[in-house]
Design a protein around this ligand. Structure first.
Ligand code: ASP
Length: 327
């Protein structure tokens, strides 16, 4: 046998005997892109930057946030679904992109269970009713009366059909029989700026972007749609305390990879996510913004699959019981 043939056999032998663990350490060998389905400055963007900031250190690679906006976050989901399943493109999804949007629109273009691998849940996220500072109401009862009896429709901001702000205020509006003029934004980051400027009357948004504005007196909040008040907003009553017990909703953010991403990579990403959620500084940042950090049982890919499936079932009646005008 020629020397080259002997060398080739040697390499083949080495390849066959190389323990798979060596191959695993090759990931990540270049920067990872995390697609955020909404504009910068919104709750999903805020959480993604905090959590992936620590993940980058654990993984030893730069993590690049790419804001891909449109269609309530579903444009980004389709982009992530179609990306190469190699662990270098993942997305920060949420209750809207992988729950309400799927329930609202059967032709959304993807199915979480069929087109994504769950990596793990990042945070739970209370939702609040937010109104512009000068709106003439001082509590939820007065606001509902103003919203119902006003001569012309008030304006409600949302981040696209199926987004958290859309789905949760859809439920709020259906409970109180309100029919606002709906105004879509590329995320509740820009929507918040419109609310602060008084160009929008109200919206339902997640605590991490609302809390600083409420604390600064830039907007008002009449209720948090959770069973308990938030420790960072002790003066905001629960919806039940404010007289609207039926309005119980919450959001969450979670990482997803395209289907067929290798299980070893999913495990590495899930481990890096868990280390971020256990890091004292990262926890402090997330908790100070009012988000809720899942325990270890709630962070597994299996737990995320169960959550996604239950959310789609939960939102189906809401999104289909209300005629979506999208005005
Ligand atoms: N979470 C979205 C954002 O970050 C807003 C939404 O889903 O309503 O802008």
């Amino acid at each position: 046998m020629q020397p080259a043939g002997i060398a080739a056999l040697g390499l083949l032998g080495l390849a066959l005997t190389t323990p798979p663990s060596l191959g695993q350490s090759a990931y990540p060998s270049r920067p990872i892109t995390v697609i955020v389905p909404f504009a910068a400055g919104g709750p999903t963007d805020i959480v993604a930057r905090i959590v992936t900031g620590h993940m980058a250190a654990t993984l030893g690679q730069q993590i690049i946030i790419e804001n891909v906006v449109g269609s309530g976050g579903t444009t980004a989901a389709i982009r992530a679904m179609r990306s190469t399943p190699d662990g270098y493109t993942i997305m920060m999804g949420h209750m809207g992109t992988h729950g309400a949007a799927v329930a609202l629109n059967p032709t959304v273009g993807y199915s979480p269970s069929h087109d994504f691998e769950p990596i793990g849940m990042a945070v739970g996220m209370p939702v609040l009713i937010l109104v512009r500072k000068k709106l003439p109401a001082e509590n939820l009862t007065e606001f509902i009366a103003y919203l119902r009896d006003h001569a012309f429709p008030l304006t409600m901001a949302h981040a696209g059909l199926g987004s958290v702000s859309f789905a949760t205020c859809l439920l709020f509006n259906s409970i109180i029989d309100a029919h606002p003029a709906m105004v879509a934004f590329q995320g509740t980051g820009p929507a918040m700026q419109a609310l602060i400027a008084g160009r929008i009357d109200y919206m339902c948004d997640q605590i991490v972007s609302a809390a600083p504005q409420i604390g600064a007196g830039m907007i008002k909040s009449f209720a948090i749609a959770s069973p308990q008040r938030s420790p960072i907003l002790p003066d905001v009553p629960t919806a039940a305390e404010a007289g609207l017990e039926a309005f119980q909703v919450s959001a969450w953010n979670a990482l997803f990879a395209p289907k067929r991403t290798p299980p070893t990579i999913i495990t590495q990403l899930n481990d890096a996510l868990g280390q971020a959620l256990d890091d004292p500084l990262t926890r402090k940042q997330l908790l100070e913004l009012g988000s809720e950090i899942p325990g270890t049982d709630g962070r597994t890919p299996g737990a995320l699959t169960n959550l996604v499936n239950s959310e789609i079932v939960k939102w189906m009646p809401v999104t289909h019981s209300v005629t979506v005008t999208g005005r």
